[in-house]
Design a protein around this ligand. Sequence first.
Ligand SMILES: [Zn+2]
Length: 192
Amino acid sequence: MSDPPTQPFRLRPEYLSAAEMAFYHVLHELVKNHYVIAPKVPLQELFSVTRPNENVQQFSKLNRKSVDFLLLYRDSLQPAFGIELDYPQQTKAREVDEFMDGLFKSASLPFIHVTVEQTYDPQAIWRRMREAIKQAQHTDPLDRMGDYSPICPRCGITMVLRFYREGALKGQKYYGCLNFPACTAVVPVSGD
Ligand SMILES: [Zn+2]
């Protein structure tokens, strides 16, 4: 009898990096009465893609990426808040940031980026979190207008409500694509 073939799997030496651990401890102290922290949650556990066969690109984007820290409500364990750690040296593709920002926004889940530092000011982080929660609540009723949001005519994914920030239409609402700026499709908001 020969030994069974060796599996090629090994436990990685560290699950969280030193920087992630340091931030985790600060975050835990800050939110432990409200939230449970789930580190490194794959986005595909959090979001789904409509018609994945047609939306291969979006599906693979979702597939590859995780959010650094997902806060879950302590009692229901429902997703409540996303936090992404940014490394100052790292030149992460702006496109990835915008994809994630749009993703959380479309789900009315508050989401912030925190830059890795030697020490953190918990009060400052807490203020930013409350601000993000307020903003998400603020956009929520708009996003839920009749529970309707159109599908992007080019990409086939759900669009999100946005405001024109400048120009003649400044302040007016429109539906924009989650893939902006790669996709600039716009659907007007009717019955406003
Ligand atoms: Zn599109």
